[in-house]
Ligand binder design. Structure first.
Ligand SMILES: [Zn+2]
Length: 452
């Protein structure tokens, strides 16, 4: 055997050995991993979104930006792809946001201007800035007139020279608030301040809303200062001996650019599902309270991210799945509307499952909500599966979430929601108060199995 032959044999032997090493031994066949939802991952996402650092995630604030960046990093970390229509998972858009500059003040005064009673923001009153005629930044001090008779709403200017007009529930009950405001705006002389009694309180706290959906411009310094007061505060104002008030609001209604955060699993199909949940909430009240928005909607986002994480782990998918954390929902579905307006996806190829407030800590119906006929089949399918899974499910027709702009554009789209109103849009919507983690994980598991 020549040394050359030996080398050839050794080389051949080495090749055979290395080839067999590549093949998996028969005795050690890999059993496919049973992929399931990771409850710890849900908890991690939830904890981060409700953390002090994110300060209630109001668009246009640092907290919202941080949440946006966190979700962007997280989508990359779990292995979602960035869709070609985004820039590293981000889809930017503009919206009008009410940005509070300082706590809103509301005080009962005596004739000399001394404070008789200071009212608490949230418990006793809130500012109202959701229409163009409402003024965002300003203050006023003066005498007030109380209007209790609905027939006087249109002629307060004939009754009084005061610039602060205060309306009881009885005075406004017979019309919608928009009709009520319209009547006042049509008066020959409009007031500087409108105050109206309202019982829209949850847990003795006003339902806060940064709604700008019907605002066209951001003129902060013209118009009327408007406030809602609780029935208790209204009574104090009504009973006061010397009827003077001072109010001060500094809410800068501003156009800001924010982003939806969008990741995908590319099944190399041209159809599939959008799984979505809004991550924005109402921010800081600057009075020491923050609206953390645990159920609304850190819950939905953590469920969505856990779904994405599990589906990436599953490996190849046959359909395309988009996972969208929408921004600007609370101001009037701005993120989902902007996304739909772009026409990235075709209505007949994608179905939308949106989650908004899931995993409530109180026993409450799990609503599968849609408003358009083209969503009925999708909604029924989820409903029947939910029943089978043992969920206390109902179908309903809530339009106030991110499935709605999709429905208007012809998509089949639903929102899954447990509309627990106990702490809704108040600083009390915290993880401890609002969320049952086990239940949240179970609902997430249900959607995961639904998509199998
Ligand atoms: Zn909300």
């Amino acid at each position: 055997m020549s040394p050359r032959k030996t080398i050839v044999i050794i080389t051949l032997l080495a090749m055979v050995l290395s080839m067999s090493a590549c093949e998996k031994p028969v005795s050690n066949v890999e059993i496919p991993e049973v992929v399931s939802i990771n409850p710890e991952y849900i908890n991690t996402i939830l904890d981060t979104l409700v953390s002090e650092e994110f300060t209630g995630r109001l668009p246009g604030t640092e907290g919202n930006k941080k949440a946006e960046e966190f979700l962007q990093r997280e989508m990359e970390a779990i292995g979602l792809s960035t869709p070609e229509f985004t820039s590293s998972y981000l889809h930017g858009f503009n919206l009008l946001v009410p940005l509070k500059q300082k706590v809103t003040e509301f005080e009962l005064l005596d004739v000399n201007g001394a404070v008789v009673q200071k009212f608490d923001f949230g418990d006793d009153f809130t500012e109202y800035i959701a229409r163009d005629f409402a003024m965002g930044i300003g203050e006023f001090q003066g005498a007030y007139t109380i209007v209790d008779d609905p027939f006087e709403v249109g002629k307060v200017d004939e009754i009084t020279n005061d610039d602060i007009w205060i309306f009881s529930r009885k005075a406004t009950a017979s019309s919608s608030y928009d009709a009520f405001f319209k009547t006042i705006l049509n008066s020959d002389r409009t007031p500087k301040v409108i105050i109206y009694e309202s019982d829209q309180l949850n847990n003795d706290h006003f339902v806060l809303s940064p709604y700008t959906g019907l605002m066209q411009h951001n003129d902060n310094e013209n118009g009327i200062l408007i406030y809602r007061v609780s029935p208790d505060a209204f009574q104090s104002i009504k009973d006061a001996d010397e009827k003077f008030l001072r109010v001060s609001t500094a809410v800068d209604v501003k156009s800001v650019e924010v982003s939806n955060v969008v990741g995908m699993i590319d099944g190399k199909s041209d159809h599939g599902y959008v799984i979505s949940a809004h991550f924005d909430h109402l921010g800081d009240n600057l009075d020491g309270t923050v609206n953390y928005g645990a159920l609304d909607n850190a819950s939905g986002v953590s469920a969505m991210m856990a779904l994405a994480e599990a589906m990436v782990r599953e490996g190849e998918q046959e359909l395309d799945y988009y996972f969208i954390a929408f921004n600007g929902e609370e101001e009037g579905l701005h993120g989902s509307s902007a996304f739909v307006r772009e026409g990235f996806l075709e209505a007949d190829k994608f179905k939308i499952i949106n989650m908004d407030m899931v995993g409530s800590s109180t026993p409450i119906e799990f609503e599968i909500s849609a408003t358009h006929p083209q969503s009925t089949e999708l909604s029924q399918w989820i409903f029947e599966n939910a029943k089978e899974y043992g969920i206390n499910a109902i179908t309903s027709n809530i339009g106030a979430s991110d499935h709605f702009p999709f429905e208007q554009a012809g998509f089949a789209a639903v929102t899954l929601i447990e509309f627990d109103k106990r702490f809704y849009h108040t600083p009390f919507d915290t993880k401890d108060a609002s969320i049952d983690l086990e239940h949240l994980a179970d609902l997430t598991k249900f959607v995961f199995e639904l998509l199998q």
